[in-house]
Ligand binder design. Structure first.
Ligand code: PMP
Length: 347
């Protein structure tokens, strides 16, 4: 049944057969890939494993993501782009998003000439389930993107709502769980993939795992989708250095957990601090590593912080988010510098 959802040219694709994917077994002389015979330390003269087997095995051990259900992209951004190319016919199909949300879903749809159906969140920034059902019925999107915890609102959507939408939607439902590690009592959509193979989950090494520079996005899907992803992606899309960075993060999983705990307690504390500032109108509750606030004069506050060498994100142009700023939870010293600046601001 999922087979019918793929673009036929992707489903029937004969993948590029790389030197590294043709060979299996034990050998010690590699003269198959036209690499240099030397390149410095660490085996960087060799092409990386196109299937990232070592990293994915460690992900199974540490993150409990089954090996046959995982794949890695050059950041989640590459996965978003790939999924649109796998499932959506250019000039014909559409994807659905619920704004305000992460910006690249619609950008990658547009780069593939795929149209975007936008169902706004409710005024309280929840998913508008009825409106989504209506739009799915009318527009038949090939992919529904749901970001939970949502960027930039920090809101986690109830798993029951996500599952209901994924059940009703006969196309693919992608649940972007990039910020899941920062959410308390988070219920992932991963355990429901085998029941409903139209659900795909994305995770990333860029947030809690601290490896944004390595570009390591995680696809979690039914093995059938994983197989098609593996054959349609560029053969060596994740560099050897990046695969090693992923392994390094998993090797230090305790340190990652500790940093996440620290980030969560700093978020609680910073949220209380923000609420105590007279000029802050709203502090939006957040389950991610950022906080969204509403202030009367965003432009002045933004410029003032910038003049103090502090960069935050102005989200005021997003629907429903007039006069808002999104602030990432940083290190203790970064937050102290920010708090000092905010205390000295007199609106
Ligand atoms: N999803 C969400 C919701 C994000 O906010 C971001 C980056 N800010 C990404 C995905 C991209 O992640 P990656 O670094 O893995 O491409």
């Amino acid at each position: 049944m999922i087979t019918e959802l793929f673009n036929p040219w992707i489903r029937d694709l004969v993948p590029y057969s790389s030197a590294r994917s043709e060979y299996s077994g034990s050998a010690s002389v590699f003269l198959d890939a036209n690499e240099s015979w030397d390149g410095g330390n660490g085996g960087i003269n060799r092409y990386p494993d196109p299937f990232m087997r070592k990293l994915r095995s460690e992900m199974e051990r540490v993150m409990k993501i089954p090996f046959s259900m995982s794949a890695i992209g050059n950041g989640s951004d590459e996965i978003i782009d790939m999924l649109i190319r796998m499932f959506c016919a250019p000039g014909h199909d559409s994807v659905m998003i619920e704004r305000p949300t992460y910006g690249t879903y619609s950008v990658f749809a547009h780069t593939s000439n795929v149209s975007v159906v936008d169902v706004p969140l409710t005024p309280s920034l929840e998913l508008d389930k009825e409106a989504m059902f209506r739009a799915i019925g009318e527009e038949n999107p090939k992919i529904v993107f749901i970001c939970s915890p949502n960027n930039p609102t920090g809101r986690v959507y109830p798993i029951e709502t996500i599952l209901e939408i994924a059940e009703f939607n006969k196309g693919i439902t992608v649940v972007d769980e990039a910020y899941a590690d920062f959410a308390r009592n988070f219920e992932s959509a991963i355990p429901f993939i085998m029941e409903n193979p139209r659900i795909i989950v994305m995770r990333t090494f860029s947030k809690a795992y601290g490896k944004a520079g390595a570009r390591l996005g995680i696809l979690v899907s039914h093995p059938e989708i994983q197989r098609v992803f593996m054959k349609a992606k560029p053969p060596y899309n994740v560099s050897l250095c990046s695969q090693q960075e992923g392994l390094d993060a998993l090797l230090h999983a305790d340190a990652v957990r500790k940093r996440v705990e620290e980030t969560i307690s700093r978020r609680t504390e910073f949220s209380a601090f923000l609420s105590s500032l007279s000029y802050v109108e709203t502090v939006f509750p957040s389950e991610a590593n950022f906080i969204l606030i509403r202030v009367p004069d965003v432009a002045s506050l933004y410029d003032y912080l910038l003049s103090n060498g502090i960069v935050v994100r102005n989200r005021s142009n997003d629907p429903l988010l007039e006069n808002t700023i999104r602030i990432t939870i940083g290190s203790e010293s970064e937050m102290n510098a920010l708090k000092e600046a905010l205390n000295a601001w007199n609106g």
